[in-house]
Write a protein that binds this ligand. Structure first.
Ligand SMILES: Nc1ncnc2c1ncn2[C@@H]1O[C@H](COP(=O)(O)OP(=O)(O)OP(=O)(O)O)[C@@H](O)[C@H]1O
Ligand SMILES: [Mg+2]
Length: 333
């Protein structure tokens, strides 16, 4: 992914991009916090690509994916014979990233016993490989990310305070998608164009109703969830108009009382889903009214009341036009 593929034009996302531009030229550690799927790795790469280190390596390590016993060797490398099975001397990720950027993902899962060694590597830019007394010096910029509340882990003594402050020199907070609803349209248009091309399924139209449903969803899995959902929608759309596959409602989490869905919201979703299934046919044997057990006129009355437009009155724009207007945050927003 290039910085040009960073989609989003909401004020919150634009503020993040401004941060990226500001922090890219310096070598200070960055801590990116945000819910799952909000784009933490994408932003870490953007920082690297905008930095003077862009021609050197971007090395990523997911601290949660490596068993604790192996993590030290993964990070700092080992000498031959350092432990059973260590047949050769091996460089760790710190050394691989020399001159470039080391991305430590899921840093909240870094074992406590390894944290002092990481702190020293960050502060002194030096460490020893496992089984060696020889000090290795490196020039690495560290960008860490987590979807946990590191401050809380510190107060529970599950994360060292000194390491937290060392990593948190430049904090970047990625807001969840539900707090940047404005980004849902450009992201949807981007993903539709992307999957239409890769699945060889031309999609010419995203109906406004479909966009309204997408913008009303909570997206607990954030951009990753939206991306996967759009892939499914493109795949299962019968023609060149984007249709929503069933299941969006089931993926929505329980909301708190403060944001409880009203009956009108539930009616609206149910009617939209039935209209989708009925291919937007209102009357007749296979029409939505029949499926809902309502007289046709009652359904039309309810649709008007709930602000649901019929297909004929849809103001949807052709996808090509949408692609032209697409809000490439890095470029135009
Ligand atoms: N601004 C964006 N524009 C386009 N695609 C994006 C954007 N942000 C994220 N994505 C896409 O969403 C998916 C999730 O992004 P990423 O892996 O960076 O999230 P994450 O916060 O690291 O998730 P996790 O916490 O689960 O590791 C990726 O496929 C990425 O390409
Ligand atoms: Mg990630």
């Amino acid at each position: 992914m290039t910085t040009l593929d960073l989609i989003g034009c909401s004020p919150k996302f634009r503020a993040v991009l401004t941060d990226v531009e500001r922090i890219a030229p310096v070598d200070s550690a960055v801590l990116i916090q945000g819910e799952t799927g909000t784009g933490k790795e994408v932003i870490a790469r953007a920082i690297h690509e905008a930095s003077p280190r862009r021609n050197q390596r971007f090395v990523a390590l997911n601290c949660a994916a490596i068993p604790s016993a192996l993590l030290e060797s993964e990070l700092f490398g080992h000498e031959r014979g350092a432990f059973t099975g260590a047949c050769t001397q091996t460089k760790g990720r710190f050394q691989m990233a020399d001159g470039g950027t080391l991305f430590l993902d899921e840093i909240g899962d870094m074992p406590l016993e390894l944290q002092p060694k990481l702190l020293r590597a960050l502060q002194e830019r030096e460490f020893e490989r496992l089984g060696s007394t020889q000090t290795v010096r490196v020039n690495v910029r560290v960008v860490a990310a987590t979807n946990q509340d590191l401050g809380q882990l510190v107060s529970k003594k599950l994360f060292r305070a000194d390491l937290f402050y060392r990593l948190n020199v430049i904090p970047v907070c990625l807001p969840p998608l539900r707090e940047r609803v404005q980004d849902i349209r450009p992201l949807t248009e981007f993903f539709v164009a992307k999957f239409a091309a890769s699945l060889n399924k031309p999609i010419d139209l995203i109906p406004d109703e479909v966009m309204t449903v997408l913008q009303g969803h909570d997206w607990p899995g954030n951009i990753r969830e939206l991306q996967n959902f759009i892939e499914r929608a493109v795949l299962f759309s019968p023609g060149s108009v984007l249709r929503l596959p069933l299941g969006l409602r089931q993926t929505a989490p329980e909301r708190s009382d403060a944001t409880a869905r009203t009956l009108a919201d539930a009616d609206r979703e149910h009617i939209l889903e039935t209209l989708e299934q009925a291919n937007w046919l209102i009357g007749g044997q296979d029409g939505a009214a029949n499926r809902l057990g309502l007289p046709r006129t009652t359904l039309i009355y309810k649709m008007r009341k709930l602000g649901i437009q019929t297909r004929r009155s849809l103001g949807a724009r052709p996808i090509r036009q949408l692609a032209d207007e697409q809000c490439h945050a890095a470029a135009n927003c």
